[in-house]
Design a protein around this ligand. Structure first.
Ligand code: SF4
Length: 1006
């Protein structure tokens, strides 16, 4: 029996895992600025990161965690039941590792499964996970709420009556699988391959679904990314081909964030713990955010930039680095395509780096600190101070922009683009404390039997108007259907709720209600949501602790894989109760998705005639149906470097090792792959193009076990582009047409956006010049969330909802005084297409001229649903007449009786206010990202207005869609294709599918 772990026990646990328990880093005082000039200051005194020790499953330090059960006792662990206190009642658990599914960080969890009842008692952090190192945010342990939520769906349901009427009957999995499989098979056989669409919210895995969809030969993938991160991704991809940064926060001397990474941002928990570790060692932190977010409150510099002005402030910092020669000249000379820029734009000057530097000093001279102050509202002196800090930090500048500004503004992608410009200028690319391309720190193991690329191109998701769009134009789908561009005969929504999550949700309701537009809607979801009510089948899938997934994310300087597992299934198998299918261990008849897709694919092609079934046959037992053990066992045996050896050292199979620890670290530390010499075998069969410096090879590409998506290398008469000459040495370089970081983008120039070929500043659609403050006009920021909430999922997590259930409109006191508004009063917020009615929160935590309202609130159910709607939904009535939509709350959250006594203890009433319904779509014409920020007019609530009211004119919404569509510059590109082939594209089709014009129709200059 144990109550707590002693220091000796912890050391024993650490030894079990092979790591040191004594890792507390020394703390040094940050160096004061003291008015030092950027020329004279030395790098700040920052203590080195803690030393790294080798572990079986994780080679990063365990951090400062106090105690954990020793890994050799995870199979059977006894501790006192805290709820039984003061009685000392022992409970025995088996501790099963899995990964959290509440955001994309995939932090490691340990499920405490009671060996007698098979109930999960709690989830804690998994100390063997190298990304999260035993820590979680509030949402990790709240996985327990989702497992035992009284409102979850336990059986497959089929619609009865009209779609959306709210009438359902229980069906069998066999019936659902057969019906859906037959409909997909018919579409494939009749060559209607673009009519099958799979729309995913949180993927939570790498590669599995792409393999499924490619095995069907469809171009069906539709993600949520263009309402999320695609603007930021595009900004990075235009530089380096790779779309995500991987900052090494732990070793940074200076960190600059355009996102709230310490509280809610991308890879929140793994990033936050490393940023704070660096701060403890003396590193500095700056945060650009119009709100005083929790993250900004922890910063050394809060830069409350006006929304959309981030690029102006960043270019002013770049200008200071350039004018004061604070940039890394050698890095810029070696690794940017300055020579292409001179050749194309300044053919009259000598093609020397000295000439480039001379021109560079003129290019950004107008971006003075004073100009930046005028645009952003941030004092020039503060911009200078941060630029000086960045210059002094040199190659250890970590920076990140995820959604935030990049997802808010017309041209928001340029904010991320200009942010990375600072990394390029300081040479902090691939360095300790700098930023790496994410593919250096991500590992997607190759599965067995990969299907060929699809031969079709789906214009419903990749329309020709947006050839450079970083992801699918998913949020325009209802408008495309309305325009008659096609049909979704089988439409899957998977962990996705577009009616509530996307802008212009009423357009989604209109499309999903129309069977001529959406033939069969299948919602794969653990819980009810606003979109599932408009489905034909609602099929309950396991929550994060009830499914298998394999994934890897760039959460620090290193490479790891995490293995999500159905924890009760793991417990049953440890207890000697074999499980064939995960639904045998899950509640009710809840399936896990891996097994669902195997079964569905098998039924689409039962005899193998369509060439699909072979991808679902076991690699170990030819002809027999694939199991999840087969799928992941094969990957762990064949595609993860070092894992078989690590497993053998413990007398385990690779699958057994992953089931025991739940994660494996493949590499720790930075690895600047761009500087690697080209392989001698490639040089032996290669050649160098003297004009471009590009290195080509005719050698067949070697097999890689890491299939992380990358830009496609160019091919031509010389073979495949494999590198670039730098000072006479052939190096791997970057996966771009120039092989270098593209300061100058020929791609943007050639695909009709020459004005954006260099880092520049694009004025947002919410720029102050379009606002009339006297009319109550503001820029509305709707892109932030509260730290404990997470999209649709937190509605079914009682602990999270109890903590946060209100989303008032933030407004600065000076604005409130001018408009005569007071804190707590209701206001009407008018958008282009309607309005919503929140309450006001008057606070100095937001800059004047801007208002903000957090998303992830305002859930609703309708009376016909006859549901309680979870812990945070209001009961609402919905009216629709012609194009006029109105949603009004009948009442807020209420207590009710259920198997969970806590439902009768609900004390809060507020469900928050939904705002996304009142936003029209704003597709950025370059990146394709939805531009979330809104120009709004705020006034006191009118007579008759009620808290939570929403009104929308869907005809106006369609008109705004058409207006923004008019900004786009359509394909074909100069080579007659739909999209630059080298660009990343999720789930890339065959090159032939890219072609819009035959080669004979293309100008011969290309
Ligand atoms: S940061 Fe929180 S929500 Fe995200 S994976 Fe980690 S524990 Fe889960």
């Amino acid at each position: 029996m144990r109550l707590r772990i002693s220091a000796d026990d912890f050391r024993r646990f650490a030894a079990t895992l092979g790591r040191s328990a004594a890792t507390t880093p020394a703390t040094t005082q940050p160096e004061a600025m003291n008015g030092a000039t950027p020329h004279s200051v030395a790098p700040p005194a920052v203590a080195p990161a803690p030393s790294v020790s080798r572990l079986p499953s994780a080679r990063t330090p365990v951090g400062e965690l106090a105690a954990y059960p020793p890994a050799d006792q995870w199979n059977r662990w006894t501790e006192l039941d805290a709820k039984a206190w003061p009685e000392r009642v022992e409970r025995t658990y088996t501790l099963a590792p899995t990964t959290c599914f509440n955001c994309e960080s995939a932090c490691g969890l340990l499920a405490y499964v009671d060996v007698e009842t098979l109930r999960v008692r709690k989830f804690e952090g998994n100390p063997a996970h190298p990304g999260s190192r035993g820590r979680t945010c509030a949402k990790g342990p709240a996985t327990l709420n989702q497992v035992y939520d009284p409102e979850r769906i336990l059986y497959p349901l089929k619609r009865v009556g009209e779609r959306g009427e709210g009438q359902w009957e229980r069906t069998t999995w066999d019936e659902a699988l057969d019906t859906i499989a037959a409909r997909i098979r018919k579409a494939l056989v009749e060559d209607r391959k673009t009519e099958v669409i799979y729309h995913v919210g949180r993927p939570g895995e790498d590669g599995y679904m792409e393999r499924v969809l490619q095995s069907w030969g469809v171009d069906a993938h539709n993600s949520h990314t263009n309402i999320c991160s695609s603007g930021g991704r595009f900004g990075y991809a235009a530089w380096m081909g790779i779309d995500r940064p991987s900052p090494d926060y732990a070793n940074a001397r200076f960190t600059l964030l355009i996102s709230s990474h310490l509280e809610t941002g991308h890879y929140f928990n793994p990033h936050a713990q490393r940023i704070m570790e660096a701060k403890k060692r003396g590193a500095k932190l700056a945060v650009m955010d119009p709100r005083l977010s929790n993250t900004a409150s922890m910063a050394d510099y809060w830069l409350p930039t006006y929304p959309g002005s981030e690029a102006a402030a960043l270019l002013a910092m770049a200008n200071i680095l350039i004018q004061e020669d604070l940039y890394d000249r050698e890095f810029v000379r070696k690794w940017t395509n300055w020579d292409q820029f001179l050749r194309d734009e300044h053919p009259d000057v000598a093609p020397t780096f000295a000439e480039f530097e001379r021109i560079l000093k003129t290019l950004y001279a107008d971006y003075t600190p004073e100009f930046a102050e005028k645009e952003s509202g941030v004092p020039a002196a503060q911009i200078v101070a941060v630029a000086q800090e960045i210059g002094r930090a040199g190659s250890a500048v970590a920076a990140h922009n995820w959604r935030a500004a990049a997802a808010g503004n017309l041209g928001g992608w340029m904010g991320a683009h200009c942010l990375f410009f600072l990394n390029v200028l300081t040479g902090s690319v691939g360095t300790p404390g700098g930023v790496s391309p994410n593919v250096y720190d991500k590992f997607v193991p190759r599965p067995f039997a990969e299907p060929p690329k699809q031969q079709v191109w789906n214009e419903l998701t990749w329309p020709r108007e947006y050839p450079l769009s970083h992801n699918e134009l998913s949020f325009l789908l209802p408008h495309f259907l309305k325009d008659g561009r096609g049909k979704a005969d089988v439409y899957f929504t998977r962990v996705y709720n577009p009616v509530w999550t996307n802008p212009d949700g009423f357009a989604w309701m209109e499309a999903l209600s129309d069977e001529r537009k959406v033939g069969l809607h299948v919602a794969l979801t653990p819980t009810w949501n606003e979109t599932a009510w408009l489905a034909d089948y609602v099929l309950p899938m396991g929550v994060g602790a009830e499914r298998h997934d394999l994934h890897s994310y760039e959460t620090y300087a290193g490479q790891w894989i995490g293995f999500r597992q159905p924890v009760v299934r793991v417990a049953m198998e440890r207890l000697g109760r074999p499980v064939k299918y995960t639904y045998e261990a899950n509640p009710g008849e809840v399936w896990e998705e891996n097994e669902w897709w195997i079964e569905l694919s098998w039924r689409i092609d039962p005899d193998g005639a369509l060439g699909i079934r072979k991808y679902y046959e076991s690699p170990y037992r030819p002809g027999e149906k694939l199991t999840v053990d087969d799928y992941y066992g094969w990957i762990f045996e064949h595609s993860v470097p070092g894992l078989p050896e690590a497993a053998a050292r413990e007398g385990l199979t690779p699958l057994g090792y992953m089931r025991k620890y739940g994660a494996f670290e493949i590499r720790a530390g930075t690895a600047p792959a761009y500087a690697e010499p080209v392989a001698p075998a490639d040089l032996a069969e290669g050649s160098v193009d003297d004009a471009t410096g590009l290195v080509w090879s005719r050698r067949p590409r070697p097999h890689s076990s890491n299939i992380v998506p990358k830009p496609a290398p160019a091919t031509g008469e010389r073979g495949v582009q494999v590198g670039v000459q730098v000072d006479g040495v052939a190096r791997a370089g970057f996966p771009t047409p120039s092989g270098k970081l593209e300061f100058y983008s020929r791609t943007l120039r050639d695909w009709k956006w020459p004005e954006y070929a260099l880092p520049t500043y694009i004025k947002s659609h919410v720029h102050p010049s379009v606002m009339d403050p006297d009319r109550g006009e503001f820029a509305l920021i709707p892109t932030f969330r509260l730290p404990v909430l997470i999209h649709t999922r937190s509605n079914n997590a009682k602990w999270l909802t109890e903590i946060a259930h209100s989303n008032p409109l933030w407004m600065h006191p000076s604005d409130a005084e001018r408009l005569g508004l007071t804190s707590g009063a209701e206001a009407r917020v008018n958008t282009e297409i309607g309005y919503f009615v929140p309450r006001l929160w008057i606070t100095e935590g937001i800059r004047p001229g801007v208002v903000a309202c957090s998303h992830h609130m305002g859930r609703w159910t309708l009376p016909q649903h006859q549901a309680h709607g979870g812990w945070s939904s209001a009961l609402a009535e919905l009216d629709n007449s012609a194009n006029q939509w109105r949603l009004r709350q009948i009442h807020g959250v209420q207590p009710y009786a259920s198997d969970d006594p806590d439902t009768s203890r609900i004390w809060w009433k507020d469900a928050g206010v939904h705002q996304n319904l009142t936003f029209p779509v704003h597709p950025d014409p370059v990146s394709g990202s939805h531009c979330w920020h809104q120009k709004v007019r705020v006034e006191a609530a009118l007579a008759g207005d009620r808290y939570g009211d929403i009104a929308v004119d869907s005809a106006k919404a369609h008109a705004v869609y058409q207006e923004w569509l008019g900004l786009a510059r359509a394909a074909p590109g100069p080579d007659g294709t739909r999209r630059p082939h080298w660009f990343l594209r999720p789930y890339r089709p065959d090159p032939a599918a890219y072609r819009l014009l035959p080669p004979s129709a293309v100008s011969d200059k290309v």
